[in-house]
Design a protein around this ligand. Structure first.
Ligand code: GLC
Length: 653
């Protein structure tokens, strides 16, 4: 090794001690293999070392941990197929592949979209037609049987859910999708596993080694001490954060459901297990890991046990591992936390850009629904303008709906900055989207009412929450039209913000709420299944029949997607600025770009709105008739005013 640019003395000493360990692993392998591994190992070793030394450096067997991790990585590198190595090479040449404006995401439950993995293969043309380049397949890994929190209680990370297929099917599908330029994203649930997972079963049977994989306590003392500062995630179906396990005669930490056991990441064995799983799944063709519930991965007494700095260390370490072994792979952090906490998942300060490549933009989603209900953009403007800056090497996952509920993540401070009461506004939004508020055409259900905090989250599909269901039922053409425009505004916002827009299955054809969830024993207690409908392929057929709701939404979405692909300003590396507007119904965002500014314009009201030309001049948008990228035409300006139709959206360049 010649290049030591990356190292401090301490790091170099560890590195030099580890390299000879590679001899045995690479014995008989072509020298090129070892060389490429070593180059990456050297390049990312300091990222790895500095992130594991905090959580694990104090362990007596820290050196042993490093040796085992190094050997694990080297073996996984050797097991990688030629096709995936080509992909690694390609991605190292185009490290911004997931930031490009050409990438469009789609998220679906395999079971609900295609029945099985094989069934998904029958709908690849549909995905291609929509323009998808990334697909988050849900419910892939083997869950516990019965209730499984929508597949987020994993029984075996290295097996595919037998009801949708096998690992071989997954590999076939990833290969086929890759050939179409579609990257597969799979959930890696890091915070917990199912109580039926082999680790948990052994722990329950009294195996001390495996009890160290979890947080288990014989008495209430520690659980009570933690509980005094812990919130409840599912206050209705799983109050409290600990569950008594009779067999083990211990309390087990279960943040989510009683059957989801929190993993003890302060134990380096847990890290090694997960790294191994991650490499293996990547070697089966997974290109994106959605790292589930990461905020909860580290516990600290006296805190809410979320967003602890060690979580960012662990994610940086997993990231460095991926860079060394499977560089084609990127990580998406699922941290639904406040903006100030969220940016650490993308890497700030010494971890700048080193933690995860992608994170969900929960705030954008919440603000969309907030502005839709109130027809007022002031809170949205204030909140998004205050959003901390993020590294230029990352991408947001932008979305309007997903498989989870919507929580009204609006702080009292932000609300009061625009003259609102946080409590009343959050209440209003819950009322509005559950249809209680007078005049609301939204059809959602309240999810997890918390009597103590007054918190009430909401379930429902994009179309259901935007009034389409009521409009169709009442045969109210005006409402139907407006609902469609509201949905399309959402698509334009998430496609125009920059990052990977995530189309949630069925929203592209306006699927309505699925009330059938209440008839099924496995789903009836969790009304998030309201917005996890089965794909309706008959309705999807109507996407080509003009005049139908499905074709109006699908056509509109496709148009927006195509516009995005030809708009270089939407590459994720460029920043957004959120200016004030005189018109309180309008939301603007500016993306400065070497080619000139991009100005996103969105009208959050059912009436046409005017935008003063003087405002456009400030953002250097060309005059007299600015060009709209979505409709590909010059927009008409009259008497110094630009008219934005009801729920209209313009991408001016
Ligand atoms: C994530 C998932 C959610 C699940 C939770 C616990 O937030 O998106 O569906 O309930 O993790 O695994």
């Amino acid at each position: 090794m010649q290049n030591r640019l990356y190292f401090s003395r301490e790091v170099r000493e560890h590195f030099d001690a580890l390299v000879p360990r590679l001899d045995e692993v690479f014995v008989g392998a072509p020298s090129r293999e070892r060389r490429s591994f070593e180059l990456r190992f050297e390049r990312y070793f300091s990222n790895l070392f500095e992130s594991v030394v905090g959580p694990y450096g104090w362990h007596e067997d820290f050196s042993d941990f490093l040796i085992r991790l190094t050997e694990l990585m080297a073996r996984a590198h050797l097991e990688r197929s030629d096709a995936l190595r080509d992909l690694d090479f390609e991605r190292e040449l185009t490290p911004d592949w997931f930031q490009r404006q050409q990438i469009i995401g789609y998220a679906c439950y395999v079971e609900r979209f295609g029945g099985t993995l094989q069934g998904v293969r029958e709908h690849l043309d549909y995905l291609t037609e929509l323009g998808v380049g990334y697909i988050h397949l849900q419910g892939v890994l083997m869950p516990r049987s019965g209730e499984s929190d929508g597949g987020y209680a994993i029984r075996d990370y290295l097996k595919v859910n037998p009801s949708i297929g096998s690992m071989a099917d997954l590999e076939t599908l990833t290969t086929e999708l890759r050939a179409r330029g579609i990257s597969v994203c799979v959930d890696l649930v890091l915070n917990h596993c199912a109580a039926e997972h082999d680790w948990a079963q052994r722990a329950q049977a009294g195996d001390a080694q495996f009890q160290e994989y979890f947080y288990m306590y014989p008495h209430r003392e520690m659980p009570d001490a933690y509980e005094s500062t812990l919130p409840e995630i599912f206050p209705e179906f799983a109050p409290g954060n600990f569950t008594w396990n009779d067999a083990a005669q211990k309390w087990v930490w279960t943040t989510f459901h009683d059957y989801q056991w929190d993993l003890n990441w302060s134990n380096p064995e847990v890290f090694l297990e997960m790294a191994d799983i991650m490499f293996k799944l990547a070697n089966h063709g997974v290109e994106v890991f959605r790292l589930d519930a990461v905020a909860f991965m580290w516990k600290r007494l006296g805190t809410d046990c979320q967003n602890q700095p060690e979580v960012h260390d662990l994610l940086q370490a997993l990231r460095a591992c991926a860079n060394i072994v499977t560089p084609a792979v990127v990580h998406k952090a699922e941290a639904i936390v406040s903006p100030d906490d969220l940016v650490h998942y993308l890497g700030t300060g010494k971890r700048y850009g080193k933690v995860s490549n992608i994170a969900y933009h929960n705030t954008l989603m919440v603000q969309y629904w907030g502005a839709m209900a109130s027809r007022d953009t002031q809170l949205m403007i204030h909140t998004l303008r205050e959003f901390p800056r993020t590294p230029t090497s990352i991408a947001w996952g932008t979305y309007i709906r997903c498989h989870d509920d919507i929580g009204w993540a609006i702080t009292d401070e932000d609300a009061s900055a625009v003259g609102l009461s946080g409590y009343s506004h959050r209440r209003f939004l819950s009322d509005y989207y559950t249809g209680i508020f007078e005049g609301s055409a939204a059809r959602g259900l309240a999810f997890q009412t918390n009597e103590r905090t007054g918190d009430r989250r909401v379930s429902g599909t994009l179309a259901g929450l935007n009034g389409l269901e009521v409009g169709l039922e009442q045969n109210d053409k005006r409402l139907v039209n407006l609902s469609i425009e509201r949905c399309l505004l959402g698509f334009a916002l998430m496609c125009g913000w920059g990052g990977i827009p995530l189309v949630y299955m069925g929203d592209e054809i306006g699927l309505l709420n699925n009330y059938g969830f209440a008839d099924n024993e496995a789903t009836r207690d969790d009304n998030r299944w309201l917005h996890r409908p089965f794909m309706d392929w008959e309705k999807a057929q109507r996407r080509h029949l003009s005049g139908f709701v499905e074709s109006r939404i699908f056509g509109g979405v496709k148009n927006i997607i195509q516009a995005r692909k030809r708009t270089p300003h939407l590459h994720a590396q460029y920043e957004n600025f959120v200016p004030d507007t005189i018109n309180p119904h309008v939301f603007l965002h500016v993306r400065p770009h070497p080619l000139g500014n991009f100005l996103g314009v969105y009208n959050f009201s059912e009436l046409p709105q005017l935008l003063d030309l003087a405002e456009l001049t400030t953002y250097q948008i060309s005059q007299p008739h600015p060009y709209d990228q979505i409709e590909q035409r010059h927009v008409f300006v009259e008497a110094g005013q630009l008219r934005i139709p009801p729920y209209g959206r313009l991408w001016l360049i």
